[in-house]
Design a protein around this ligand. Structure first.
Ligand SMILES: N[C@@H](CCC(=O)N[C@@H](CS)C(=O)NCC(=O)O)C(=O)O
Length: 195
Protein backbone atom coordinates (compact mmCIF):
# COMPACT_ATOMS: atom_id res chain seq x y z
CA UNK A 1 0.00 0.00 0.00
CA UNK A 2 0.98 3.63 -0.38
CA UNK A 3 0.57 6.12 2.44
CA UNK A 4 0.28 9.72 1.28
CA UNK A 5 1.36 11.74 4.26
CA UNK A 6 3.17 14.83 5.45
CA UNK A 7 5.87 14.00 8.00
CA UNK A 8 5.10 17.12 10.04
CA UNK A 9 1.46 16.10 10.50
CA UNK A 10 0.38 14.17 13.58
CA UNK A 11 -2.65 12.84 11.71
CA UNK A 12 -0.27 11.28 9.17
CA UNK A 13 2.17 10.00 11.78
CA UNK A 14 -0.69 8.09 13.45
CA UNK A 15 -0.93 6.04 10.26
CA UNK A 16 2.83 5.54 10.00
CA UNK A 17 3.19 4.45 13.65
CA UNK A 18 0.26 2.02 13.36
CA UNK A 19 1.64 0.47 10.18
CA UNK A 20 5.14 0.23 11.68
CA UNK A 21 3.88 -1.35 14.90
CA UNK A 22 1.91 -3.91 12.92
CA UNK A 23 4.86 -4.63 10.64
CA UNK A 24 2.88 -3.70 7.52
CA UNK A 25 4.69 -3.04 4.27
CA UNK A 26 4.05 0.33 2.69
CA UNK A 27 5.52 3.05 0.57
CA UNK A 28 5.44 6.50 2.16
CA UNK A 29 4.64 9.23 -0.37
CA UNK A 30 5.69 12.53 1.18
CA UNK A 31 2.91 15.03 0.43
CA UNK A 32 3.58 18.52 1.72
CA UNK A 33 0.55 20.44 2.89
CA UNK A 34 2.48 23.69 3.14
CA UNK A 35 3.52 23.32 -0.52
CA UNK A 36 -0.10 22.64 -1.52
CA UNK A 37 0.62 19.08 -2.64
CA UNK A 38 -2.69 17.82 -1.22
CA UNK A 39 -4.54 20.28 -3.44
CA UNK A 40 -3.22 19.32 -6.89
CA UNK A 41 -5.72 17.98 -9.44
CA UNK A 42 -4.13 14.54 -9.25
CA UNK A 43 -4.38 14.44 -5.47
CA UNK A 44 -7.93 15.82 -5.39
CA UNK A 45 -8.94 13.01 -7.74
CA UNK A 46 -7.96 10.61 -4.95
CA UNK A 47 -9.29 12.69 -2.07
CA UNK A 48 -11.67 15.55 -2.93
CA UNK A 49 -11.22 16.81 0.65
CA UNK A 50 -7.63 17.74 -0.28
CA UNK A 51 -6.21 16.35 2.95
CA UNK A 52 -3.57 13.94 4.09
CA UNK A 53 -3.30 11.24 5.30
CA UNK A 54 -4.63 8.97 2.60
CA UNK A 55 -3.95 5.32 1.88
CA UNK A 56 -4.12 3.68 -1.54
CA UNK A 57 -4.18 -0.08 -1.25
CA UNK A 58 -2.55 -2.28 -3.87
CA UNK A 59 -5.96 -3.10 -5.37
CA UNK A 60 -6.64 0.62 -5.94
CA UNK A 61 -9.05 1.18 -3.06
CA UNK A 62 -8.60 4.46 -1.24
CA UNK A 63 -9.18 5.45 2.38
CA UNK A 64 -8.86 8.87 4.03
CA UNK A 65 -9.31 10.19 7.60
CA UNK A 66 -6.53 9.23 9.98
CA UNK A 67 -8.67 7.46 12.55
CA UNK A 68 -10.62 5.51 9.91
CA UNK A 69 -7.31 4.42 8.38
CA UNK A 70 -5.74 3.24 11.64
CA UNK A 71 -8.95 1.41 12.56
CA UNK A 72 -8.84 -0.43 9.26
CA UNK A 73 -5.11 -1.22 9.42
CA UNK A 74 -5.35 -2.48 13.00
CA UNK A 75 -8.46 -4.62 12.50
CA UNK A 76 -8.05 -7.87 14.45
CA UNK A 77 -4.87 -6.75 16.20
CA UNK A 78 -4.13 -6.07 19.86
CA UNK A 79 -4.30 -2.33 19.11
CA UNK A 80 -8.10 -2.67 19.22
CA UNK A 81 -9.49 -4.19 22.44
CA UNK A 82 -11.48 -7.37 21.86
CA UNK A 83 -13.93 -6.59 24.66
CA UNK A 84 -16.87 -4.63 23.27
CA UNK A 85 -17.02 -2.02 26.01
CA UNK A 86 -13.26 -1.42 25.96
CA UNK A 87 -13.43 -1.09 22.18
CA UNK A 88 -16.19 1.49 22.52
CA UNK A 89 -14.09 3.39 25.10
CA UNK A 90 -11.25 3.43 22.58
CA UNK A 91 -13.63 4.83 19.96
CA UNK A 92 -14.80 7.42 22.47
CA UNK A 93 -11.22 8.70 22.61
CA UNK A 94 -10.89 8.67 18.81
CA UNK A 95 -14.02 10.79 18.34
CA UNK A 96 -13.03 13.12 21.18
CA UNK A 97 -9.59 13.55 19.66
CA UNK A 98 -11.01 14.74 16.36
CA UNK A 99 -13.62 17.09 17.79
CA UNK A 100 -12.20 18.39 21.07
CA UNK A 101 -8.42 18.01 20.96
CA UNK A 102 -6.98 18.16 17.44
CA UNK A 103 -8.91 21.29 16.36
CA UNK A 104 -7.23 23.23 19.19
CA UNK A 105 -3.92 21.57 20.05
CA UNK A 106 -2.95 20.85 16.43
CA UNK A 107 -4.30 24.10 15.04
CA UNK A 108 -2.34 26.16 17.60
CA UNK A 109 0.79 24.22 16.63
CA UNK A 110 0.44 24.80 12.91
CA UNK A 111 -0.29 28.49 13.39
CA UNK A 112 2.63 29.10 15.77
CA UNK A 113 5.28 26.60 14.70
CA UNK A 114 4.73 26.53 10.95
CA UNK A 115 2.98 29.80 10.09
CA UNK A 116 4.91 32.01 12.54
CA UNK A 117 2.00 33.42 14.52
CA UNK A 118 2.78 34.67 18.05
CA UNK A 119 1.18 32.58 20.81
CA UNK A 120 -0.36 35.81 22.11
CA UNK A 121 -2.12 36.31 18.77
CA UNK A 122 -3.84 32.91 18.82
CA UNK A 123 -7.61 33.00 19.01
CA UNK A 124 -8.38 32.75 22.78
CA UNK A 125 -10.88 29.94 22.18
CA UNK A 126 -8.15 27.79 20.64
CA UNK A 127 -5.90 28.30 23.65
CA UNK A 128 -8.67 27.74 26.22
CA UNK A 129 -10.06 24.62 24.54
CA UNK A 130 -6.54 23.26 24.00
CA UNK A 131 -5.75 23.68 27.69
CA UNK A 132 -9.05 22.03 28.64
CA UNK A 133 -8.28 19.07 26.39
CA UNK A 134 -4.82 18.63 27.92
CA UNK A 135 -6.26 18.88 31.44
CA UNK A 136 -8.91 16.27 30.65
CA UNK A 137 -6.21 13.99 29.27
CA UNK A 138 -4.01 14.59 32.32
CA UNK A 139 -6.83 13.52 34.64
CA UNK A 140 -7.56 10.48 32.47
CA UNK A 141 -4.02 9.07 32.47
CA UNK A 142 -3.25 9.68 36.15
CA UNK A 143 -2.20 6.36 37.64
CA UNK A 144 -2.58 4.51 34.34
CA UNK A 145 -0.13 3.36 31.69
CA UNK A 146 -2.50 3.65 28.74
CA UNK A 147 -5.88 5.23 27.97
CA UNK A 148 -7.80 1.96 27.62
CA UNK A 149 -6.90 -1.30 29.33
CA UNK A 150 -3.33 -2.28 30.13
CA UNK A 151 -1.69 -2.04 26.74
CA UNK A 152 -1.23 0.50 23.99
CA UNK A 153 -4.30 0.94 21.77
CA UNK A 154 -5.34 3.19 18.90
CA UNK A 155 -6.61 5.64 21.53
CA UNK A 156 -3.02 6.25 22.69
CA UNK A 157 -1.73 6.48 19.12
CA UNK A 158 -4.38 9.01 18.09
CA UNK A 159 -3.99 11.15 21.21
CA UNK A 160 -0.23 11.19 21.44
CA UNK A 161 0.17 12.47 17.89
CA UNK A 162 -0.46 16.13 18.70
CA UNK A 163 -0.13 15.97 22.48
CA UNK A 164 3.61 15.19 22.35
CA UNK A 165 4.23 18.33 20.26
CA UNK A 166 1.69 20.56 22.03
CA UNK A 167 4.53 22.79 23.28
CA UNK A 168 5.12 23.83 19.67
CA UNK A 169 1.72 25.51 19.83
CA UNK A 170 2.54 27.32 23.06
CA UNK A 171 1.04 24.83 25.52
CA UNK A 172 3.20 24.19 28.57
CA UNK A 173 3.28 20.42 29.03
CA UNK A 174 4.91 20.80 32.47
CA UNK A 175 1.42 21.72 33.70
CA UNK A 176 0.28 18.21 32.80
CA UNK A 177 2.74 15.86 34.55
CA UNK A 178 0.63 12.72 34.11
CA UNK A 179 0.43 13.46 30.39
CA UNK A 180 4.23 13.76 30.24
CA UNK A 181 4.64 10.36 31.92
CA UNK A 182 2.06 8.82 29.60
CA UNK A 183 3.76 10.32 26.51
CA UNK A 184 7.04 8.67 27.50
CA UNK A 185 5.32 5.29 27.95
CA UNK A 186 3.51 5.48 24.62
CA UNK A 187 6.63 6.66 22.76
CA UNK A 188 8.43 3.65 24.20
CA UNK A 189 5.60 1.29 23.21
CA UNK A 190 5.68 2.73 19.68
CA UNK A 191 9.49 2.67 19.61
CA UNK A 192 9.72 6.31 18.54
CA UNK A 193 12.23 8.91 19.71
CA UNK A 194 10.96 11.53 22.19
CA UNK A 195 9.60 14.64 20.45
N1 LIG B 1 -9.86 14.66 10.09
C1 LIG B 1 -8.78 14.51 9.17
C2 LIG B 1 -7.95 15.77 9.19
C3 LIG B 1 -6.89 15.75 8.11
C4 LIG B 1 -6.20 17.08 8.02
O1 LIG B 1 -6.64 18.12 8.57
N2 LIG B 1 -5.10 17.05 7.31
C5 LIG B 1 -4.33 18.25 7.15
C6 LIG B 1 -2.90 17.98 7.59
S1 LIG B 1 -2.85 17.51 9.28
C7 LIG B 1 -4.33 18.62 5.68
O2 LIG B 1 -4.20 17.76 4.84
N3 LIG B 1 -4.47 19.91 5.37
C8 LIG B 1 -4.33 20.36 4.02
C9 LIG B 1 -5.48 21.11 3.52
O3 LIG B 1 -6.56 21.08 4.15
O4 LIG B 1 -5.32 21.74 2.48
C10 LIG B 1 -7.93 13.28 9.55
O5 LIG B 1 -7.93 12.92 10.71
O6 LIG B 1 -7.30 12.70 8.65
Amino acid sequence: MRIFGDSISGNCLKVKWTADLLGLEYQWVETSVLKGESRTAAYLAMNPAGQVPLVRFDDGRILAQSNAIILHLAEGSALIPSDGYARAKMMEWLFWEQYSHEPYVAVARVQVHYLGKAVTDLEPKIVERGKSALKLLDDAVKGRDFLVGNSVSLADIALIAYTRVAHEGGFDLRRYPAVKTWIAKVEKALDIAPA
